[in-house]
Ligand binder design. Sequence first.
Ligand SMILES: [Zn+2]
Length: 94
Amino acid sequence: MPRLNKAKRAARSRAAALRGRAARKPAPSTPRRRPLPGPASTPRRPPPGALRVQSCLGCIKSALAGRSSGECHDSATGGSRCWRCSSGHSCLPL
Ligand SMILES: [Zn+2]
């Protein structure tokens, strides 16, 4: 079917032209708005509660690894786990 072939070829060349135009065209002058980096982009987490007198094992380990100051805070959501451990790992007393 010659007609179909022609149409197919036309469509392909049109697509190629579109692609070429898109490739040559630089990014649009109006950049898309991105969310500003800041507190909004950080994972949702309640602020830490009161500082605990005795740090838990997890917090001590974290401090030893250099990832924190070793301070152990009460979790804002309550419970036995401290703020740092409330995100997952178990909060073990020393
Ligand atoms: Zn802790």
